[in-house]
Design a protein. Structure first.
Length: 275
């Protein structure tokens, strides 16, 4: 499978591993795309899993609505369910990084019967993150989320000298330079792609909060050198999981776990899936 549909949107997807293997869905974050999983995927397929890594809504050129309301959390979660349907899977393991982690939490919350396990890399449960805004320095770390609410200006910041500054900031937070170039290139080349990616942030005020607790076995992985997400929300995430929960802290690792620590992440995932 190289693509799948949800309504009138068509998503590009990498489909790897045995066709009859248990399905793992990998969800990238901002400003990444499905190539962020290239180092991790072979480690999972070698263990017998079928791995699906889509370019999410806004990142796939044929799945790029321009209204911010089209990026509400429930719609992003519905895209994941549509992918499971296209793969013929009744239930899948869902793994998300950064924004993909938020979608993984939402997917497991809104559609619990469709997921065998849920894993979030870096991103805490949304209510834990919101609560940390007044309990820690998280609000200062999240300054860019407020900036991205502005119209037009964030898109302009991905052009010319602004694009070079964005690249430097990403590399300074631990992202390999080659990966930064690979992720930023599509956003720089196409203003519509930049707007769509930023609309994930702009849709936050329009998204309904998740209710209840996670009833799917969950793994949360927090890197202590994350420049964007603090420890307070990480430590509080377990309060919102009523199913078996595993919390792993990776000392000294940066926000960019799929690129920086694929072997460590693969080992944690395989153990989580099997348990």
């Amino acid at each position: 499978m190289q693509e799948y549909r949800n309504g009138d949107l068509t998503f590009d997807v990498d489909d790897s591993g045995p066709a009859d293997g248990d399905v793992v869905v990998l969800l990238h974050g901002y400003p990444e795309n499905r190539t962020s999983w290239h180092a991790l995927t072979p480690l999972l397929t070698a263990a017998g899993y079928r791995v699906l890594a889509p370019d999410q809504r806004g990142y796939s050129p044929r799945a790029r609505p321009m209204r911010r309301r089209d990026y509400r959390t429930n719609l992003l979660a519905a895209d994941v369910v549509a992918l499971a349907d296209a793969a013929g899977a009744k239930a899948v393991h869902v793994v998300g990084h950064d924004w993909g982690g938020a979608v993984a939490w939402a997917s497991a919350s809104l559609h619990p019967t469709r997921f065998t396990t849920v894993t979030s890399l870096c991103t805490p449960y949304p209510k834990a993150l919101i609560g940390s805004m007044v309990r820690s320095t998280q609000l200062l770390r999240s300054w860019y989320m407020l900036l991205f609410q502005l119209p037009f200006l964030p898109e302009l910041a991905l052009r010319g000298s602004g694009a070079k500054a964005a690249r430097r900031k990403l590399v300074a937070t631990g992202l390999p330079a080659e990966a930064a170039d690979r992720y930023l290139a599509p956003l720089i080349a196409d203003p519509a792609a930049a707007r769509a990616a930023l609309n994930w942030y702009r849709a936050l005020p329009l998204s309904a909060p998740l209710r209840g607790s996670i009833e799917v076995p969950a793994l949360y992985v927090y890197p202590t050198a994350d420049a964007f997400l603090g420890r307070t929300a990480a430590d509080r995430t377990g309060r919102y999981v009523s199913a078996p929960y595993r919390y792993e802290v990776l000392e000294g690792r940066s926000h960019w776990l799929p690129e920086e620590a694929p072997n460590e992440i693969a080992a944690l995932l395989l153990s989580h899936f099997r348990q």
